[in-house]
Write a protein that binds this ligand. Structure first.
Ligand code: FRU
Length: 485
């Protein structure tokens, strides 16, 4: 560890201690989601299971609730339920990453954990250059930086980041999010036999590549994987205009389904599909765990989307991550479901079957709380059904359209909406509520809404409204918080 690295680590420790009380006094603190000890959290990084232990790193700005020279924070878990906050994994201590140890991924090779990340060097208003870097670890806790392994090829701007690495046969591949000099977003592929020397293959997808027209000025956080026999490219394009119910957030997060050609150098793909329809979801990352499952964690935030309007800023922290989700391919779309391990957080079940509400609004006995899971199965739904959460947010369904609304974070006198049209009717809703966050899985995870919510601290009431008649059953569990030791 260099002297500078040691100093930065010490500064982080002091910052945590200084703000501990303020952060802990916040009633919007999360009970079972990852949040930063202080400062700003963004993308999940380096998500991997190694020798049984899950490692989940994250983009972390400890000294501000705004973006800046990022660190890699680090959590570990044996079961995806209880998590341990480890020491900072990487600090921006070197000439090639001094303005931020930016996002990246992890793989295991030769019994060592390898972290690939972006070293950010700022220019006047945007990155001057971004290097793809490597750090390795024997014990999964202490990381030795190996320096720059990939420099930006000709034709790209300083926006060149977020390496995701995987293996196929005896070859390693890396995709990087990029911007060309004519300001088009791309995903660029590299390949390597030894993880140190990387050959630049070229762009595999992007704005104005193949059949895709203009599709954003920068693509961030690419992820390439196979899911139940189908090839997926997940990516976060920036610069796409809102279009009806689609692309309502400042930046988008979604995926393309496609096929690699024989050479493995180009990816023919279909249309872009959003992964999530809520207010806060971005920069997801997946990993294949030791059970062979494709797991995803996302950032519950969106860059440049009124980030300072989140009231947690007053308490010295902002943003959190989603619960871990398992991905499946159903032949048509990616399905997301909470990992089954999360059932270990449940207290006893409270259940009501065949509740009918007709042209009325009702509470259901015992169905309330701020750290809970709800499961609703619909037997019949005539016209319109809605759930009012904590006199704050509302989730409604009518004519196949699901709408989530909340007070506009920047102007509480206004309401903001996110919507999606379902292919079929509403059959099932599963909600994970955690003080100031909400994740809604619709029809077994065909659509998901991920959002922050900021109701009054003590407000726990949930009301159900039906126009015409709706009959449904509801299960509710209190969820005990993770011990984030
Ligand atoms: C996405 C992102 C990445 C970058 C990181 C910096 O949210 O902008 O492209 O590596 O955040 O924190």
């Amino acid at each position: 560890m260099s002297k500078h690295d040691a100093e930065l680590r010490k500064k982080v420790e002091t910052e945590i201690q200084e703000h501990k009380q303020t952060v802990e006094a916040d009633t919007y603190r999360q009970n079972y989601h990852h949040m930063p000890p202080v400062g700003l959290m963004n993308d999940p990084n380096g998500f991997i299971q190694w020798k049984g232990t899950y490692h989940l790193f994250y983009q972390w700005m400890p000294f501000d609730t705004a973006h800046g020279a990022k660190y890699w924070g680090h959590f570990t878990s044996e079961d995806l339920v209880n998590w341990k906050q480890e020491d900072v994994a990487l600090t921006p201590s070197d000439w090639y990453d001094e303005d931020g140890v930016y996002s990246g991924s992890a793989i295991v090779h030769d019994d060592q954990l390898h972290l690939f990340y972006t070293g950010n060097i700022e220019g006047e208003s945007e990155p001057e250059v971004e290097y793809q870097c490597l750090a390795v670890s024997q014990d999964g806790l202490h990381f030795e930086k190996k320096g720059v392994i990939v420099e930006t090829p000709k034709g790209y701007t300083g926006h060149f980041r977020d390496p995701k690495v995987w293996k196929e046969g005896d070859q390693w591949f890396m995709v990087v999010g990029a911007q060309t000099e004519d300001r088009q977003g791309k995903v660029v592929l590299f390949r390597s036999a030894d993880l140190h020397t990387w050959e630049h293959v070229g762009p595999i997808a992007g704005s104005k590549v193949g059949k895709l027209g203009e599709f954003g000025y920068m693509w961030e956080c690419p992820d390439v994987f196979e899911l139940d026999g189908t090839d997926v490219l997940m990516v976060c394009p920036q610069g796409i205009e809102a279009d009806g119910m689609d692309y309502a957030n400042t930046y988008q997060s979604g995926y393309f389904i496609g096929q690699w050609d024989e050479t493995g150098e180009t990816f023919q793909h279909g249309d872009f599909r959003e992964l999530d329809r809520g207010f806060e979801f971005y920069a997801p990352q997946t990993t294949r765990d030791e059970k062979g499952r494709r797991l995803l964690v996302g950032w519950m935030g969106v860059p440049d989307q009124y980030e300072q309007a989140h009231p947690t800023v007053e308490h010295g922290w902002v943003h959190c991550l989603t619960i871990p989700r398992e991905l499946k391919w159903n032949g048509e779309r990616i399905i997301q479901t909470p990992v089954p391990e999360l059932a270990h957080m449940r207290g006893p079940v409270l259940m009501h079957s065949s509740i009918t509400i007709e042209n009325d609004q009702k509470a259901v006995r015992g169905v309330q709380g701020r750290s809970i899971e709800l499961n609703l199965d619909f037997e019949s739904l005539e016209d319109m059904f809605a759930i009012e959460l904590f006199q704050y947010a509302s989730l409604s369904y009518k004519d196949h359209v699901v709408t989530l609304s909340r007070p506009h974070l920047e102007d509480l006198s206004k309401t903001e909406f996110r919507r999606v049209k379902l292919d079929e009717g509403l059959k099932n809703l599963r909600l994970f509520i955690d003080q100031s966050s909400l994740e809604i899985f619709i029809n077994g995870g065909e659509e998901v809404f991920t959002s922050r919510i900021y109701p009054q601290a003590e407000e726990e009431h949930i009301l159900f409204t039906s126009l015409g008649s709706t009959t449904f059953s509801v299960e509710k569990w209190e969820l005990k918080g993770y011990e984030f030791s």
